[in-house]
Design a protein around this ligand. Sequence first.
Ligand code: SOE
Length: 407
Amino acid sequence: MAGKEQRDSDSEAAPPTLGVGMVGYAFMGAAHSQGWRTAGRVFDLPLRPVLAAIGGRDAVAVRAAAAKHGWAAAETDWRTLVTRDDVQLVDVCTPGDSHAEIAIAALEAGKHVLCEKPLANSVAEAEAMVAAAEAAAARGQVAMVGFNYRRVPAIAYARRLIAENRIGALRHVRVTYLQDWLVDPDFPLTWRLEREHAGSGALGDLGAHAVDLAQYLAGEPLVGVSALTETFVRERPLLAGASTGLSATGSNGRGPVTVDDAALFTGRLASGALASFEATRMAAGRKNALRLEINGERGSLAFDLERLNELSFHDHTEPAASAGFRRILVTESAHPYLEAWWPPGHALGYEHTFVHQARDIVHAVASGNTAPAPSFADGLQVQRVLAAVEESAEKNAVYTPVPGSAG
Ligand code: SOE
């Protein structure tokens, strides 16, 4: 199985290594590389991640990515990468259409797996991945899905406060995730706008984070949803060359956008709490505005990713005259993940979530925790919610208000 970690020969004190092989080298590949490079230098880890090999189809580009991000070797065939002897953990950072095939092959080759979100492009693929992960868990392998925002210290701390009953029984979970990179109708047709590659649009890309966070923070699943989705710009310029991150250049021809630009939905959590979600790439001026507010019978919590070192907390049991939202600066060593970083007030950012993710999966591998969070089963549950949202939006049960006298 995958745990044949090697002990460093030149230092008795050094922890054994964990060889990582990563497939994909674009935006998420760069972010995950950062995590693998840094985790063992900041946290005391039981295994030291080694960036063994990076994989991608374009030989020149993947070699350049290896040099830039610090990978020892480059592979152009992921099948070779997932069977390398120096790779014990495979990190899948490709578009969603190849997650299932690569993750399942890696698990069957005896490797631990970290897979980017959303877990897959369909419920059927996600189910197959869960089955492969369960079989692999029996052999001691770990499979985790990369919902990195769980690793924002303020979000992990919010979860702790909710679990400690500091805001009581939940009434509302409100999550909005707003970006604006599709406002320009001439932004080209990248893979993120093609159903065959991305599965869905803002829904799977941003809504998946929103759903995962709602269920993670509440500690319970969504049991029903009702949705609206829209594709505002239905044709876009074809892509000229490669896209990097969220930027791309278009050519003269145009092609159809086959995913949603925006998804709005409401839901009910198992406890009866009501949830609402908005995921869009059409919110002019909003760059990466993931915001959430949770209201319980004893208080409320609010978070904004664009101020990610802060958590707002209102304790409704305090005297009304002095109660109110107060800002907690989540940079104390007592806060999640902060014990290894900087002195209080020295803030963290987006990239640190990937360092924390690497830290967490290394601990799971080292301790033999084959039920890490978020697991492939958690990814499947999110996938089921996304599918239910699409089904509800398709059925489009819209009720027209009876004309009244207002307005
Ligand atoms: C692009 O919309 C994107 O990079 C997502 O794919 C990520 O999951 C999100 O964290 C930031 O935005």
